[in-house]
Design a protein around this ligand. Sequence first.
Ligand code: SF4
Ligand code: SF4
Ligand code: SF4
Length: 382
Amino acid sequence: MSDKQISRRSFLAGSAAAAATAALSPVVLPQAAQASSGDEVLTTVLDVARCEGCEECVGACREQWQPTVPDPVKPLPKPFPPRVPTSDWSGRKEVQDRLTPYNFLYIEKLTIKHKGKTVELNIPRRCMHCENPPCTNLCPFGAGRMEKNGVVHIDPVLCMGGAKCNTVCPWHIPQRQSGIGLYLKFLPTLAGNGTMYKCNRCLPLLKKGEQPRCIEVCPQELQSIGPRREMLAKAEALARKRAQEDGADPSRWREYVYGLTENGGTNTIYVTPMPMKVIAKAVAADHRAKKQKVLARLDAAIAKLKKADKQEALIKAKRKKKRTAKSNLGRPAMGPVGNSMASEENMTAAVLLAPVAGLAAGFLKVFGSKRPTAGQEKGGEA
Ligand code: SF4
Ligand code: SF4
Ligand code: SF4
């Protein structure tokens, strides 16, 4: 049976159960137990060698999800204290070479020298859908959700945009758009700063028994989705094959996967045509170079502002440079990642937050039960 056949059939076999499960799942923190039990958890396997970088998947994801992001209120409410940054991507929706609130998936394009050959690699990047997601377990407002089918998503009705999810995610995946969402109703200068967005694995489509858009449109059919146990077996078989093709002993297949153990395990497994440590190094170098370019542009802007003696703008630009230096600029790394929820600090925080998040979610549901439409937000309801 070909990889393509497995991909389609596995999904269809698992989708009915998955849809039923997704529709019924309650959400209680902490959620590790929910995610790890049963065949109904859906896992994706990506055969990186087959990606040709056409970005059909990126286009389909954008088409599906961009229209669901409401227009932000303009001007954006000023946060308090003023040094708290706002995030505004509404004028840059076309950006698709990184994660943004309007772009949940991008293609990491790499040129790697490996075993005397130059290899072009394209790697689809989005949320990993961790088995024990810190973004969800540590959200103070209970806006993080993990379904029984393993899908991790953010409820835009409850999200206050405080970006805790971005901070605690080992890959810093969720992205904020300010001027949107519930925080506008609650002291907009103090409470939150917008709404966080990331890949929701096309949950509404899964619930209907359909495939995620990025999987459906891929001409290479390199991504499979299905019950976790089945997908893990597929990933191992494929990784053994890729290791052998790379001249390694198939028993070293674990060196050719990413996502199996990272952050304690995820429901996204990349299988790669060369050892992950080679790819991780190339990703880090590429991201470093991209960041250097951005920092150089900021340095030039800072020099101009200094010359023009524009003090207020200069302070802002310096703050932006500091933030930029610390940020991954919406491009997640691919190095080893320990289990973030295993740390005592995070486990304690999750246990303490569970009831608070539940209460907050209940309160916010009552007082902010309807998601404001784009028109309402434009009308400046806040
Ligand atoms: S990759 Fe980050 S955003 Fe995605 S589930 Fe894991 S912790 Fe959450
Ligand atoms: S699963 Fe859906 S939301 Fe996630 S990257 Fe694919 S198309 Fe986008
Ligand atoms: S559609 Fe498929 S081949 Fe094209 S970039 Fe996306 S994953 Fe790669």
